[in-house]
Design a protein around this ligand. Sequence first.
Ligand code: ADP
Length: 209
Amino acid sequence: MNPPRLVVALTGGIGSGKTTVADRLGELGAGVIDTDQLSRELTAIGGAALGPIAATFGARVMLPDGSLDRARLRQIVFADPEARARLEAILHPGIKALMMERLAALQTPYAVLVVPLLFETGQETLADRVLVVDIPESLQIERVTRRSQIPEDEVRRIIASQIPRRERNARADDLIDNRGDLANLEHQIQRLHADYSRIAATPDSPQTH
Ligand code: ADP
């Protein structure tokens, strides 16, 4: 099989259900590349971004074992837009290069690139279609605080730092409404998987890149 003929960028706010959707599309046969995962690889011990981050932010973001103190770094960049810009300048080129490399190596009919900050970083041009997972803010807070130790006020700050829901939805080619239960979500995922498989199988499809 050749590299994917259709590239779908998957985005949505924190806790909207991106990982759930991507994992399921992966099970159904999509090639999934998660930029959060790439970011973790680049910032792990031995990763290309760890040295530059330590040089930029100093010993306060490093743990005694030489690994990155992710919670501390997250606090710093959410409190300081300039620090956030410096971190992004270190990470984004590496993430993009790794993403293109992995994409070219996939052997699936279509690819799903999970990019939480797709519009914020202007990366929608990398994909043929944009899939947005949508839930209201109250549900984002409920699901994120249930899943993790992140306090509610920090979740609110993260939401406020992301593109507004209405604007994100307006820029979607495909939209998943994830207000319902997991069975309802599964139904929408199945339909999208069928659509993407069909588009990827269509010769000379205008969706190909
Ligand atoms: P994201 O990757 O966008 O941050 P996740 O896929 O991790 O979001 O989902 C956030 C949390 O909500 C997870 O604990 C997930 O299991 C849960 N979740 C996702 N979709 C639903 C749903 N339809 N009903 C209930 N819980 C859900």
